[in-house]
Ligand binder design. Structure first.
Ligand code: NAI
Length: 467
């Protein structure tokens, strides 16, 4: 054994690296094992960060090409350079992953490069290019994340049948792209390639997109995306996908019909969800149990069946979101240091970074109905918000759901400009147990998009000013 640690975190994504840094801050001798070669996990390397770079760049391109002229900005010869766009994205990713490495050094977290395997509840073996090193540790945190699911019988080869990883690195714009799955990844990546010139069709199993989201918002979202030219085949099941070489043949069938349809595309993106990544950790032998969906079972303190082995992030229950994993990482580190870390799962915001953005926190109308909770609704459209109006970004609305008796805010759902940032105000309000009246009486700067939040809060009591 070459070293003794208080904590070894397996996985250097947002859950794992944040956990390692917080543990080190609290005085624990900490190591983080990562096999990818760079820190930051799926999020920084092939997920949230590169996709946000491409969403931003493709939106700039789209605006320059389609919107500037009407706004009195006359540019000619707007051309796309996909190679440069990708290198811009790669540079952002590189800077940020190196940044995490710097933070490890600053906080004295040992960065163990290689694949970590749990050898016993108190030892982890790291395999790196044929070299095997064993480390002793008092505690282990599993933060190994997730991988893209596929459809039965469909092999993602990252050539014509791709996952989000290849969709973030295409070297040219495909003439046509069929996206399977109308969730976060499908709609963000579909938006990127649509703006860059591809014909995009989304095939979704359910009769609506973004399941789990407030249905009114999800319906509005789909209408807006359809207006942007994305085609939807809802309530449709994919039967088979065949790679014909230069294109892909997708056979699908509406759940209301008995006859299949086919569609040809240059590429198809499989975005039907992700699965917890637990292979090769030796969990069976150690006695760490999983549920029927392959997620590691943990108690409220994130302990697995083996008390000093913890799990956080995409490998356990809950939304597969980087910020949820980060909160869990911090909670575990604080629990290990004898503090009372916890995560409030009622207030985890979600954002889809399309244009307009979609953001929410708390419960949807459907969930409140299911839970038998009586609620009031306050809505305000961006069409009546002065800042949105001057910026020509008037699509969408803010919807606040408050308890009909206590007025406490139970959920906020926004579709509209910059709402991915605006939702933080609502998360804070909910953490403080705010009522809609509290928000309505808070002074919001004019002219800002956030005034739409204040107005929606006023609308809960049927007294909006500008609508
Ligand atoms: P998702 O769970 O968001 O959406 C998958 C969609 O595929 C669902 O609408 C589902 O009904 C549909 N589907 C499932 N099987 C299907 C089939 N056979 N045919 C047609 N449709 C089918 O999963 P997604 O988009 O793959 O994202 C994976 C995870 O990554 C999510 O949990 C999400 O939270 C996370 N993510 C978060 C982002 C963000 O925070 N902005 C961005 C990208 C991903």
């Amino acid at each position: 054994m070459s070293d003794n640690f208080d904590l070894i975190v397996i996985g250097g994504g947002p859950g794992g690296y944040v956990c390692a840094i917080r543990a080190a801050q609290l005085g624990l001798k900490t190591a983080c094992v990562e096999s990818r070669g760079t820190l930051g996990g799926t999020c920084l390397n092939v997920g949230c960060i590169p996709s946000k770079s491409l969403l931003n760049l493709s939106e700039n391109y789209h605006k320059a090409k389609k919107n500037f002229f009407n706004q009195g900005i006359e540019v000619s010869d707007v051309r796309l350079n996909v190679e440069k766009m990708m290198s811009n994205k790669n540079k952002s990713v590189q800077v940020l992953t190196k940044g995490v490495e710097f933070l490890f050094k600053k906080n004295k977290v040992s960065y163990l490069k290689g694949k970590g395997v749990i050898f016993s509840p108190t030892s982890v073996v790291v395999y790196d290019q044929g070299k095997k090193t064993a480390y002793n540790t008092k505690n282990i945190v599993i933060a190994t994340g997730s991988y893209s699911s596929s459809l039965p019988g469909v092999k993602i080869d990252e050539k014509n049948i791709i996952s989000s990883t290849a969709a973030l690195s295409l070297s040219s714009v495909p003439k046509s792209l069929v996206v399977i799955g109308g969730g976060y990844i499908g709609l963000e990546m579909g938006s990127v390639w649509k703006r860059l010139g591809a014909e995009v069709t989304v095939i979704e199993n359910l009769p609506f997109i973004t399941p789990g989201m407030d249905r009114e918002v999800s319906n509005e979202f789909q209408k807006i995306l359809a207006k942007q030219g994305i085609k939807f085949k809802l309530n449709s099941k994919v039967l088979s996908i065949k790679d014909l070489g230069s294109e892909v043949k997708i056979e699908y069938q509406s759940n209301e019909k008995n006859t299949p349809d086919t569609i040809l595309a240059n590429k198809t993106l499989i975005a039907v969800g992700r699965k917890p990544y637990t292979e090769g950790l030796n969990l069976n032998k150690i006695g760490v149990k999983k549920d029927e969906k392959g997620r590691i079972k943990v108690n409220k303190k994130f302990q697995t069946d083996i008390k000093n082995i913890y799990a956080i992030g995409d490998v356990i229950d809950g939304p597969m979101l980087a910020h949820k994993a980060e909160e869990e990482g911090i909670a575990v580190a604080e629990l290990l240091a004898g503090q009372s870390g916890h995560v409030n799962y009622d207030v985890i915001p979600g954002v889809i970074y399309t244009s307009p953005e979609v953001a929410y926190v708390g419960r949807s109308e459907e969930q409140l109905k299911k839970d038998g909770i009586k609620y009031k609704i306050g809505k305000f459209p961006f069409l009546a918000n002065s800042r949105a109006k001057v910026n020509n970004e008037t699509e969408g609305f803010v919807k606040i759901l408050a308890d009909s008796k206590s007025d406490r805010v139970l959920g906020v759902h926004i579709i509209g400009p910059h709402c991915g940032d605006m939702i933080a105000e609502m998360a804070l309000a909910m953490e403080f147990g705010a009522s809609a009246e509290d928000i309505a009486r808070t002074c919001h700067a004019h002219p800002t998009h956030t005034e739409a939040i204040k107005e929606a809060a006023l609308a809960v009591d049927k007294r909006p000013i500008h609508f």
